[in-house]
Design a protein around this ligand. Structure first.
Ligand code: AVJ
Length: 324
């Protein structure tokens, strides 16, 4: 019985994946959804990306936490009140750990609630944190961000602090970000906080290098999408016939990644056949960069007040603290 249920879930997940891939590849221009980057191999490649010199985002946000953790705690808990620390898409916790350790050293009473769609990621995170920070009160929650948030804001009178780090907001279109952040605003209580990490507009060369590293890790990360489709959807992409090509538009702030077809080719996916012309792009990801003014407008549009903008010494990145 259980097996049947599980199989149904697996089958329908696969059906959704297939449908989204075919819809994207039948669009003009062709697109593939970036959320499918993150299978086991994609997770590991992103891990490697975060360690690259060119990928300044991680170091910048790490520096902000390391240098300004005292101020962050002061904003979250001015009178030492306890809170829930809810993180959306926690990943490996590399940056968050700085805050967790500091808060504990200051004897703050808080519960860390990482939320992720992937139970696998959460299990790994819980295991590492239990080893590294045994005193931490951690309650991972698997599921949709908003289900969990809704449960929390109704279940406790405790203050909620939401973390949405790493410039993950950059993957959303302007409409999607407004919708997502307004929904957070609607689900939390007066006085709750959101700390959002956002990559800033800067020298276009610096941005492009972050998405086109020397070692070709980002290229591998982008091409892994084709490998994954081959494995999971019975397709026959030849990844060698595609070139990773990122480009940055300083006006919109969009850094877009694409895969360019190196020749005329046909690809079979399940029962469908897709034609690609030579030099035809498949758009795979947007990583949008913001000006401070755009961040302030976004906060206002979604019903938040900004209480502070914390930046690294180069001014590459900002962790913006918003209050409901
Ligand atoms: C995890 C979505 C923030 O857009 O910078 C890194 C993903 N893509 N290199 C980003 C990514 C290519 C990353 N985010």
């Amino acid at each position: 019985m259980i097996e049947t249920l599980e199989n149904t879930t697996i089958t329908s997940k696969k059906a959704v994946f297939l449908k989204e891939v075919l819809t994207g590849l039948n669009s003009v221009p062709k697109t593939l959804p970036s959320k499918y980057f993150y299978d086991k191999i994609g997770d590991a490649l992103f891990q490697q990306i975060m360690e690259l010199d060119e990928y300044y985002l991680t170091q910048a946000e790490f520096e902000i936490f390391d240098q300004q953790k005292k101020q962050i705690l002061q904003e979250f808990s001015p009178n030492g009140e306890s809170f829930n620390l809810v993180e959306f898409g926690a990943g490996d916790g590399y940056k968050t750990k700085v805050l967790l350790k500091y808060f504990l050293s200051q004897k703050v009473d808080f519960e860390y609630i990482p939320i992720d769609i992937s139970q696998n990621a959460l299990d790994g995170l819980k295991k590492t944190l239990n080893q590294e920070i045994p005193d931490l009160n951690i309650t991972p929650m698997q599921g949709d961000y908003f289900q969990v948030l809704d449960r929390l804001s109704h279940a406790t009178s405790k203050k909620n602090i939401i973390l949405f780090l790493g410039s993950n907001i950059g993957n959303f279109s302007p409409t999607e970000s407004t919708k997502f952040l307004s929904q957070i605003r609607a689900d939390i209580n007066m006085g709750d906080h959101l700390m959002i990490g956002i990559d800033l507009k800067k020298d276009p060369a610096k941005i492009l290098a972050a998405y086109n590293d020397q070692d070709g890790i980002t290229a591998e990360f982008n091409l892994n999408l084709l490998h994954r489709i081959n494995k999971e959807l019975d397709a026959n992409f030849n990844p060698e016939q595609f070139k990773h090509y990122p480009f940055y538009n300083p006006i919109t702030g969009e850094c877009k990644s694409s895969l360019i077809s190196l020749q005329d080719q046909e690809v079979k996916i399940g029962n469908s056949t897709i034609h690609l012309s030579q030099w035809e792009p498949i758009h795979t990801e947007v990583s949008r960069k913001f000006s401070l003014k755009e961040i302030h407008d976004l906060a206002a549009r979604c019903g938040f007040c900004i209480t502070s903008d914390l930046s690294d010494r180069h001014g590459y990145f900002v962790d913006s603290i918003w209050k409901a």
